[in-house]
Design a protein around this ligand. Structure first.
Ligand code: SAH
Length: 205
């Protein structure tokens, strides 16, 4: 698939937000996939990026971005930088992006990509995303791009009073992309459908 075919497919899949479509059009996914996967860069599926991790499927990147944009966030935290692609897409849609990765080589590679592409509003951190990023909290929206059995408490605490969080919740066999909306001290949960993500893992490496 090429970029225009991918955009057409995303539209058919229900991605309608103009900023999301514009960001996917502008950011080269090729810059975020390894040499040996270049020919598949615009295919609508996840691809390996080494260290047993993947760059997410474009549809899922678009869906997560679209879901949080409904809440008009300014300051967004991503857990699981990976290739950096999701953070790059976010950087064109919101004011400031913070992103945390636990695998050092992936963190360093993504940081270099943000610099190369002059994405000055993306701030990359090396650390354990289970803990969020307390020093920069609160966040209007948090995206977690790895799955867990439940939403980590620290992340809910680092949401602003009207904030939202999107994250795959479940196990190896059964995961749903959950949108959590905060209203003061109340949280409401909504499923955005079945997904497949790598697991959120504790600690740093
Ligand atoms: N958003 C990425 C997809 C990355 S896959 C992209 O656009 O390419 C999930 C990523 O989450 C992996 O890089 C993995 O190392 C990272 N991860 C897993 N557990 C984590 C944790 N506790 N803290 C930070 N990153 C974590």
């Amino acid at each position: 698939m090429n970029k225009m075919q991918l955009l057409a497919e995303l539209t058919l899949q229900g991605i309608h937000h103009p900023q999301v479509l514009a960001a996917i059009k502008q950011i080269s996914r090729q810059s975020f996939v390894p040499e040996e996967e270049q020919q598949y860069a615009y295919d609508n599926h996840a691809l390996p990026i080494g260290h047993e991790q993947t760059i997410s499927q474009p549809y899922v990147v678009a869906l997560m971005t679209q879901a949080i944009l409904e809440h008009h966030p300014h300051k967004v935290l991503e857990i699981g930088t990976g290739s950096g692609y999701q953070a790059a897409i976010l950087s064109l849609c919101v004011e400031t992006v913070y992103t945390v990765e636990r695998i050092k080589p992936l963190y360093e590679q993504a940081k270099a990509r943000f610099a190369e592409l002059k994405l000055k509003n993306v701030h990359a951190f090396y650390g354990d995303g289970y803990e969020g990023l307390a020093a920069e909290a609160p966040f209007d929206a948090i995206l977690v791009t790895a799955r867990a059995a439940e939403v980590p408490e620290a992340l809910l605490e680092q949401l602003s009073p009207q904030g939202c969080l999107v994250m795959p919740v479940g196990d190896d066999y059964n995961q749903e992309l959950m949108l959590v909306s905060k209203q003061g001290d109340q949280y409401s949960y909504q499923s955005l459908g079945a997904v497949v993500f790598v697991p959120l893992q504790p600690g740093i490496t």
